[in-house]
Design a protein around this ligand. Structure first.
Ligand code: ZN
Length: 413
């Protein structure tokens, strides 16, 4: 560690030497300004920059436009340090630690792993700025994809491609929930729903789907179903939706999910995640037999069999025949019966299994935890929608193995 510190110091000294730009020669003392006029060279100005080897000083020519009073540092553009005191290498580290863990933990990791002193307050805006930049580039890509007909990607055919969707609440600051109703009647909302999509392609040699999280790529954002549908469509297309022999959309019963499925994945086989469907039954069992474990289990055995066997009409009839004099319970029974009735075609589990399709994933459930929960739902966290979306963009980029693509694109620009 001591040697590393010494090397950093030597490196910083050498780098500072390299970053002393000379004053421009007489014939290079004006530059075009964005206003259309010309900016004049004024002087050499220096600023500190934190780099991978520690703090350095960069001294470079400053130009000022006498017409619009806009100043510019061409060297900063070239070095990718415009309006920041962190080098691209350090910003990349801040983004990497910022998407992984709370910002203060990120600061500690920077110190331990890279021997760099940054403040918690510095990790957050840097990580968010990069996440936002990634999100902006994604929006451009989505717009392009929607305007042009996406070309067929040539490649290996994909036997089965799964698109899975879910939503999970992210705790937000007060201003983000103003005027929104909470889950409990009369209570304000404390969370906003982040939508998560997973695209998955693995199967084993017999053609059975494999739950391999490494083969899943994710998209996540707090946004409308309409916006999210486009985002997910692009991801599915990248993963080979157009050349998939079998296309499947898995979700819980939420209406926005099937709206997206119908609009963007119209030829996909729609399946209600068995895991979620069972949870609906459990919810009802608990209402029917409060605090009676044995009765709940006995009731579940009968009704879950019907569900698992895809006998949804029988299940719905059984639910509708339950009589309850309690109005709240009667309402709950009706809602659940409607849910199964409406989704009956998406619950033909034996048919799906016969085609070797996955019916109860757990993948998207796990994704909600790893992509969103572990980073955004820690106690004491309250997000702005903007901040959460920036971190989710970073996090998905990292998990999908595309974080380095972003830096490559930045260098190329
Ligand atoms: Zn100007």
């Amino acid at each position: 560690m001591a040697v590393r510190s010494a090397m950093h110091q030597a490196g910083a000294t050498a780098l500072t030497e390299l970053l002393q730009f000379p004053a421009p020669s007489a014939d290079q003392r004006t530059l075009p300004c964005s206003c259309g006029q010309k900016a004049d060279y004024r002087e050499l100005r220096s600023k500190p920059v934190l780099t991978a080897v520690g703090k350095v000083k960069v001294s470079r020519p400053y130009y000022l436009c006498p017409h619009c009073h806009t100043g510019q540092f061409p060297a900063d553009v070239e070095l990718d340090i415009e309006n920041t005191e962190f080098s691209p290498g350090v910003r990349r580290m801040q983004a990497a630690v910022g998407q992984e863990a709370p910002f203060d933990q990120g600061r500690q990791q920077m110190k331990l792993l890279a021997d760099l002193e940054v403040t918690t307050k510095a990790v957050e805006p840097t990580a968010e700025a990069i996440g936002e930049d990634i999100a902006v580039r994604q929006q451009e890509e989505i717009q392009r994809a929607l305007q042009l007909d996406l070309p067929m990607i040539v490649g290996e055919p994909v036997p089965v491609l799964y698109v899975q969707l879910d939503g999970t609440g992210v705790p937000v600051v007060k201003k983000e929930t103003e005027g929104r109703r909470g889950k409990t009647e009369g209570q304000p909302a404390h969370t906003r729903e982040a939508k998560l999509g997973g695209v998955q392609t693995t199967w084993d040699e017999k053609g059975y789907a494999v739950r391999d999280p490494d083969s899943t790529t994710y998209v996540a954002a707090i946004e409308t179903a309409e916006e999210f549908g486009k985002r997910l469509y692009l991801e599915a297309w990248k993963r080979g939706w157009s050349r998939a022999a079998k296309r499947v959309v898995i979700g819980d019963g939420a209406e926005w999910i099937w709206n997206i499925a119908n609009e963007h994945f119209p030829d996909g086989i729609q399946i209600v995640d068995l895991f979620h469907a069972r949870q609906h039954l459990w919810g009802l069992a608990r209402k029917l037999y409060p605090n009676q474990d044995a009765e709940q289990k006995a009731w579940m055995t009968i009704h879950q069999d019907r569900l698992d066997e895809g006998k949804i009409e029988d299940l719905v009839a059984a639910l509708r025949s339950l009589d309850s004099s309690h109005p709240e319970l009667a309402e709950k029974i009706r809602t659940e019966a409607d849910y199964f009735e409406k989704n009956a075609k998406r619950m033909r589990y034996p048919e799906f299994r016969a085609q070797h399709l996955f019916v109860g994933s757990g993948v998207i459930e796990a994704g909600c935890k790893t992509v969103i929960g572990s980073r955004c739902k820690q106690s004491g966290m309250f997000w702005t929608v903007r901040g959460a979306n920036a971190i989710l963009a970073l996090r998905c980029g990292q998990i999908n193995g595309r974080f380095e693509d972003y830096w490559a694109a930045r260098r190329a620009a």
